[in-house]
Design a binder for this molecule. Structure first.
Ligand SMILES: [Mg+2]
Length: 306
């Protein structure tokens, strides 16, 4: 019979888990911060982990910040960090294009400034960011000029997403050799007070629907953020734990990379959801069951002070 999962992480079990790992991966929003506020106790936990000689990394699906911007935010919130500890989808998308796809040619980018900056830093020529309103009628839209050097379409969060951009993306993607990447497929960005705005996944689905193609996804639950991290650092998955607030991204990625997983309840997913997956016979649901859960990562502090 399989070992029980979805256990509360406290007392001797927490001490044991922390002793059995040397690397901890944290999602950001809903885990170490919420919007512009650090989760209470997060800074103490991260400091105690570093003092204990643990390596700490941050894996985030949000494409609206560069590596440097994330490092600056971590420092601003007292969570301390070097750029080399951050693996966000803007940085990792650029890395994918340069190292994995070895792209020759330009990118048509549906995305914001941070993505544009990371592509630029990786030496990848691109066009597309900023407003692109529709003009004229349907025949003008279909005749929109396409750059013959574009070899990839990348979709990330873009507050200027428009019908014109969708039309151009379709134009490029009609060539089956044109690469199609998405930073992530999160459906909503939760905001303070229970509000939410549409996430990148909505834009990705629109382009996929128009192009009759599926994007390759960089962000969690895809393994690529972890693979980026592993390509720059010596990581043993058996001695690594992924801490996240979402079952369908953080925990699923941890599971498929062979990591230990901890769900924290300060963010998106609930314990009820995790328990219902645990009692399911469906393998896809069972791969979203965390090994452990905590109310907040602050709960790890006693184990670090033991
Ligand atoms: Mg999160």
């Amino acid at each position: 019979m399989a070992a029980p999962r979805c256990l509360p992480l406290a007392g001797p079990q927490a001490v044991h888990l922390l002793a059995s790992v040397d690397t901890l991966l944290f999602d950001c929003d809903g885990v170490i911060w919420r919007g512009e506020q650090a989760v209470p106790g997060a800074s103490e936990v991260l400091a105690a982990l570093r003092r204990a000689g643990k390596r700490v990394f941050f894996l985030t699906n949000n494409s609206t910040k560069t590596r440097a911007m994330y490092a600056a935010k971590l420092r601003r919130l007292g969570l301390g960090s070097a750029e080399s500890e951050v693996f966000g989808t803007a940085y990792c998308t650029a890395l994918y294009l340069r190292k994995v796809a070895q792209l020759q040619g330009k990118v048509y980018l549906i995305g914001g400034q941070a993505l544009s900056q990371e592509l630029q830093e990786a030496g990848i020529a691109h066009l597309g960011p900023g407003p692109d309103p529709v003009l004229g009628g349907t025949s003008d839209w279909a005749a929109a000029a396409l750059d013959p050097d574009v070899r990839a379409v990348v979709v990330g969060f873009d507050e200027h997403f428009s019908y014109m951009k969708l039309t151009k993306a379709l134009g490029y993607l009609q060539d089956p050799t044109c690469l199609f990447l998405a930073t992530n497929t999160d459906t909503r960005l939760p905001l303070e007070g229970g509000k939410a705005i549409p996430g990148t996944g909505c834009l990705v689905r629109a382009v996929e629907t128009a192009a009759h193609r599926q994007a390759e996804v960089i962000g969690k639950p895809s393994r690529f953020l972890y693979e980026c991290l592993a390509s720059e650092n010596n990581v043993n998955p058996a001695r690594t734990v992924m801490v996240g607030d979402r079952l369908d991204t953080d925990i699923l990625m941890g599971f498929s990379c062979g990591l230990k997983t901890v769900l924290t309840l300060t963010g998106f997913s609930s314990l009820e959801e995790a328990k219902s997956h645990e009692s399911s016979d469906c393998p896809a649901k069972r791969s979203m069951v965390p090994d452990y859960y905590v109310e907040s990562i602050a709960d790890l502090l006693p184990a670090l002070q033991a």
